[in-house]
Design a protein around this ligand. Sequence first.
Ligand code: FCB
Length: 470
Amino acid sequence: MSDGDFPKDFLWGAATAAYQIEGAAAEDGRGPSIWDTFSRTPGKVLNGDTGDVAADHYHRFREDVALMAKLGLGAYRFSTAWPRIQPAGRGPANAAGLDFYDQLVDELLGSGIEPVLTLYHWDLPQALEDAGGWGARDTSYRFADYAGLVAERFGDRVKKWTTLNEPFCSAFLGYASGVHAPGRHEPEVALRAAHHLLLGHGLALRTLRQALPADAQLSITLNATEFRPLTGSPQDADAQRRVDAIQNRIFLDPLFRGAYPEDLVRDTAAVTDWSFVEPGDLALISAPIDQLGINFYNPSLVAAPLPPGTEEGPRDDGHGASDFSPWVGSEDAVRFVHQEGERTAMGWVVDATGLSDLLIRLNREYGPIPMAVTENGAAFEDEAGPDGEVDDPRRVAYLRDHIAAARDAIAAGVDLRGYFVWSLLDNFEWGYGYSKRFGIVRVDFATGRRVVKASGRWYRRVVEDNGSGL
Ligand code: FCB
């Protein structure tokens, strides 16, 4: 390998999540999740969309695996739906739920595609939410039980495991801003939830290590964000410090250093005394992992608030971060500044340097640790031709620039092992429903028909030549 290349065994893949693609929400014993409840609550999801049918992957998984094979993918990152496996979040496994993933895993392996399994991509069984959700410590223990059931069934075939996807979103978008399920607005519970998610990770890790063969690789995926201060002023540096604490270090420090950041505890003193952190928790949470997964979409520009009465320009929503700042002691302490440049259909700025900077910084501050980009991609207003074909040059450009940024991080010494496009398929984009398309494969939601987009064909060539022709 020479400088600037991808390692020979680099894993090229695509990612999805259960609730976003499966559909079959009430089939084969699946219980309701918080996303079923939330999406049925009027006003929560755009156009009243739900995941009831989604991309109908539950019935079309063989066709979808065949598509992956056609794209030449080396790996597929998917999540198992907890409410399929434990319909009420506790107790024995629902055999039909496990059977579905069993067939999926075998289909992948039979096609030479490595399964990369995420245990939790936001679909908490509703029964556990009714018992307090992630605000309740018991949920962490239930999560570890569920992890054990999945490990027992797939440990012989699945080597790569991820406990949680983006616990930041589960905790803060779910329990503080309420833009995600379960849609609560309780700042103290959001911080509690962040801790219980981490505790769930730690407990699951212990269970997985016991249940899985020694060569299993365990990880967690974070949406760590590259927050950049607008200027070099101490005020802007302080704004950056605050959001970095509540979105990044709140997870990274316990995982890699076994402690919550002191400044975070200070910033949130009016909200909580953190007494929900019990002796022994941090030792479990900081048990070694084999890889860190990073989901990256855009960097974020932040600054100190303007003096009262100043006319403010356009704001960015900070990927939800601005929604919770009022509740964590930073009210008016951080301003999300609109960065000039191209935007995706989500309104997110396109700036691939954010990815290389982030990977390099994380590796320096928390590593060295093997990493993978477990999600990266973009929604654009795709226009489909008469046969469903989509020419999506902006998505191609986005992917190309970010894959090049990943290569830059490798050249700078980051041990990056894989890259997963978000997403394989157009799907249910949470609060935005079906209005935002991230797929490299188009899905016609009326018929379920799939058509590979130009970006999918382009990605196929990237995989084929291991990124050498970018
Ligand atoms: C991430 C989620 C993923 C998808 C992308 C666009 O935060 O993990 O499910 O919605 O954003």
